[in-house]
Design a protein around this ligand. Structure first.
Ligand code: 0A1
Ligand code: ZN
Length: 853
């Protein structure tokens, strides 16, 4: 057991600091196990506090204090009171108007396995300071509302010594922009640099540099190109220019998350920078483009304007995700992007909000802030921005953003500040809208229709979701984009945005000759569950005729989900009608191949389990797995004569290009191949595997072969071909863990856990194997509970080294209450076992505590 219960931090307790910081001079004398950090910090009184006198209280963790002084006077040991969370100097030793603090600490980067603060990755020094990692580097006011100017001097052998801002000389850096400590970064090592340049629209030249390990220089072209496109896009769409002469990106192999927006020195998980056609898939390229944009966009939404406290995390994250989604839509296809964003939201955020980890977009309390980098803060946070934009209109949205940048540049802000600019510009009262930030849970919108004598009445209600999270919650503002279709597919009324801002509202439409088929929540205009009972004819009609691509896809998906649920419940169903309609879409040359590929992809096993839950059934993961396979086979048979041709026709000739058109064609080609393999004994997949000249096709073929139980040779060959490419080897682990047939999966992952290349301390490798297995429902949820035990063993092992990655992965147990009693007992046994670990981290302790509550 942990020695004491860690405290809960609450939004209502926010208080400004007693002192502000003007300037920070940092000196690093690098050493793998004994780095010395000397800081000189200029403090001044916070006149707004008015109370006092104040002790000097600084945050600090795992630091060895060597020396400290105030205004040049050395402090004796008994004048500095150190504890596990920091240090205090009594008020009578602290000049209350202002003073200079100097101290030297020693830290151990090599021993830092949590990858937070200053640590080492493959012999290179790097940092991760968000959210509270800076306190593991030196004593500081480690809170985002303290914004200061940093000068940094790095002493070390490495040829490359980097920090934020402008380079003064080797190892010496000055950042002109005040920033919170979480945006501090340092990198040192033997790195190669790939360089380019960008001219801002006002004519300033910016040097762009990507730092990588030797040998990876040829893998940066796409990231560099994506960076330049992001910089231009932010100028064109938000009027935001880059504000330093240098922008650097560093790729590191050991990283807990995707990437980090440190000022002028973004640090990236190498999987989100490095790509060649032979080593990266289309999905990897797309992710690189999105994350490069995301981190770059943070320069304004996060860095120039930051968060007052960590409760406001969605202020920067929701807005920045919204911006990167729109960027990706502009670069590729808005309709495909929207479907993919909603798939992610439903796969990650809806279950989170329906389970024990549910929290509002702006949480009101936390134990460990690292646990709140969640789908709710990020993805639902982005949906909230999308609704706001829809409610005020595009022009007002842009005007409000302009005002936000003008009014709050250089400040640490709150959601209230954000809402206020919209109120000021639009003249609307957004008090009710703000509930989206304050109330957790996913609203369920139900529908009633009535048609008589040319009048159509549409009644919408908003309700608590099935998990009851929303009981007693106030009605929110829900924009429902709505279209109306006649039986011939024409639209007798223009599309409208209906605003559901009460528990129930009836909308009346006159002058219709017949009852329309209503197309609700077009474009997924709000993050809600739409409970609209439609018979299969109505769904099929929308599937064939809806002009809104999102709702066309949604109708098809609804049909598939209903079929799959019936099949999983053992009912004999005929999917021929659906398969026939799918065939028409798959072969429709007027439709985007990427959209057609999405249509051919059946809902995931997890999505089927969720749908069964909505229908009041307890999901059986093995039955769901079989049902999905059976429906795929039905579709394959129906399309049998078309598949070889579709597969051949979508072949992309010429050198590989990751652009949206080529990727879309490959996606459709590979979807066709997946179906074809169910009919041709994987012959075409074998051919593609052994003949592929790009990773997208090689990997897709490998996946098909493994899931059919025919992958043995390809698995061996893949390993031999790629054993020296870490990122490709991650794929090798992940694909076996995630697609091996359920009956064999546990044995396979157990064996891979013993493999010489399973370097479990590396978060990407750990996530590939353990995460890959735990997100394959029929394998993880095997009835004997041994899947749970296996994952719990590994989580306990990793927690001792890397609490952050462990706690995140505990989320795989987040939906445990949706399963049968036997599985629930097996899971809770494992959760209790994790909870009893004597050294359990605060991070994992908080998540497990909530899962068991
Ligand atoms: N701010 C980064 C994500 C990030 C968050 C936390 C980290 O360590 C705890 C690292 C990165 C982003 O949104 O991209
Ligand atoms: Zn972010």
């Amino acid at each position: 057991m942990r020695p004491s219960t860690p405290p809960t931090i609450r939004l209502v307790d926010y208080q400004q600091p007693a002192f502000w910081i003007e300037k920070v001079n940092l000196k690093f004398a690098l050493h793998p196990t004994a780095t010395k950090v000397t800081s000189e910090i200029t403090f001044h009184a916070n006149a707004d506090r008015g109370d006092g006198p104040h002790d000097l209280r600084l945050d600090g963790r795992d630091l060895k204090l060597i020396h400290a002084s105030i205004d040049g006077r050395d402090l004796a040991d008994d004048e500095v009171l150190c504890d596990a969370e920091g240090l205090s100097v009594p008020a009578d030793l602290v000049p209350q108007e202002g003073f200079t603090w100097r101290c030297t600490v020693e830290i151990n980067p090599e021993g830092n396995t949590a990858l937070e603060g200053l640590y080492m990755s493959n012999g290179m020094y790097c940092t991760q300071c968000e959210a509270q990692g800076f306190r593991k580097i030196t004593y500081y006011l480690d809170r985002p509302d303290v914004m200061a100017r940093f000068n940094v001097k790095i002493e070390g052998e490495a040829p490359v010594l980097l920090s934020n801002g402008n380079k003064i000389n080797h190892g010496s850096w000055q950042d002109p922009w005040p920033k919170p400590a979480y945006l501090f970064a340092l990198v040192a090592g033997e790195l190669e640099v790939v360089e380019d340049q960008f001219t801002t629209r006002s004519g300033r030249d910016v040097v762009l540099q990507i730092f990588v390990r030797k040998g990876d220089e040829d893998k940066c072209d796409y990231a560099m190109d994506a960076l330049k496109r992001s910089m231009r896009w932010d100028e064109e769409h938000y009027g935001r220019e880059y504000d330093l002469d240098l922008f650097m990106i560093v790729a590191v192999d050991d990283f807990n998350m995707g990437a980090m927006e440190n000022k002028g020195l973004n640090i990236f998980n190498s999987r989100l920078v490095l790509a060649t056609p032979e080593t990266a898939t289309d999905a990897n390229y797309k992710a690189i483009e999105a994350v490069i944009a995301h981190e770059y966009f943070h320069n304004w939404t996060g860095n120039r304007i930051t968060c007052r406290d960590w409760f406001q995390l969605c202020l920067k994250e929701g807005l920045t995700v919204f911006r990167d989604q729109k960027f990706s839509g502009d670069m590729r296809s808005h309709s495909v992007q929207r479907i993919e964003d909603v798939l992610t939201l439903r796969a990650r955020q809806f279950p989170e909000d329906a389970g024990p980890l549910s929290h509002p977009v702006r949480p009101e309390e936390y134990i460990e802030i690292n646990n709140f980098y969640t789908a709710t803060v990020y993805e639902k946070g982005a949906e909230v921005i999308g609704m706001l934009k829809r409610l005020v209109g595009d022009e007002t949205y842009r005007a409000a953003c302009d005002l936000y940048f003008e009014r709050h540049d250089g400040q640490a802000c709150t959601i209230e500040d954000w809402i206020r600019v919209f109120e000021d510009v639009s003249g609307q009262d957004l008090t009710q809208f703000k509930l989206w930030y304050q109330q957790n849970g996913t609203p369920v919108v139900s529908v009633d229709e009535d048609f008589s004598q040319g009048t159509y009445r549409l009644t919408l209600r908003q309700d608590a979701d099935a998990s009851g999270h929303r009981i007693d919650k106030a009605a929110q503002v829900i924009p429902v984009m709505t279209g109306f279709l006649d039986t011939d597919g024409s639209e007798p009324l223009p599309e409208q945005c209906l605003i559901l801002d009460a528990a129930e509202k009836t909308f009346v439409f006159e002058g219709l000759t017949a009852k329309p088929v209503v197309s609700l929540l077009r474009g997924f205009s709000a993050p809600v569950i739409l409970d609209h009972t439609m018979d299969s004819d109505q769904r099929m009609f929308l599937f064939k005729h809806d002009s809104d691509t999102f709702n066309k896809w949604e109708a098809g998906r609804g049909i598939a989900l209903d079929l799959l649920c019936d099949m999983a419940r053992g009912q004999l169903v005929k999917g021929a009608n659906f398969a026939d309609a799918l065939r028409t879409i798959a072969l429709d040359g007027a439709l985007d191949p990427n959209f057609r590929a999405l249509m051919l992809t059946l809902p995931s096993e997890d999505a089927i389990a969720v749908h069964m839950g909505h229908l009041g059934a307890v999901p059986d993961p093995e039955a769901i797995h079989r049902a999905r396979h059976d429906l795929k086979k039905t579709i394959a048979k129906q399309l049998a004569s078309d598949l070889p041709e579709l597969f051949a026709a979508m072949r992309v000739r010429g050198p590989y290009s990751p652009d949206a058109d080529a990727a879309g064609r490959r996606a459709l080609r590979l979807a066709a191949l997946g179906l074809l393999s169910l009919l041709d004994d994987c012959a075409a997949a074998q051919d593609l595997y052994w003949g592929a000249d790009n990773m997208t096709e090689q990997f897709a073929a490998l996946s098909i072969l493994i899931s059919a139980g025919k992958g043995a040779d390809a698995i061996d060959a893949f390993y031999k071909q790629w054993k020296d490419e870490g990122l490709v080897l991650d794929k090798w682990f992940a694909i076996q863990a995630g697609t091996t047939p359920p009956e064999a999966a546990l044995d396979v992952v157990r064996a891979l856990g013993e493999h010489g290349d399973f370097n479990w301390k590396n978060p990407n490798r750990f996530r590939s194997l353990i995460g890959g297995f735990a997100t394959a429902p029929a394998s993880f949820h095997r009835a004997d509970g041994r899947g749970y035990e296996f994952v719990a063993d590994w989580l306990i092992k990793l927690d001792a080294l890397n609490p952050q990655t462990t706690a995140r992965m505990c989320g795989v147990f987040g939906t445990w209450k949706r399963y049968d009693k036997k599985r629930q007992t097996l899971i809770s046994t494992q959760l209790r076992r994790i909870q009893k670990t004597p050294t359990l981290s605060k991070d994992t302790g908080e998540i497990i505590g909530k899962l068991l509550a």
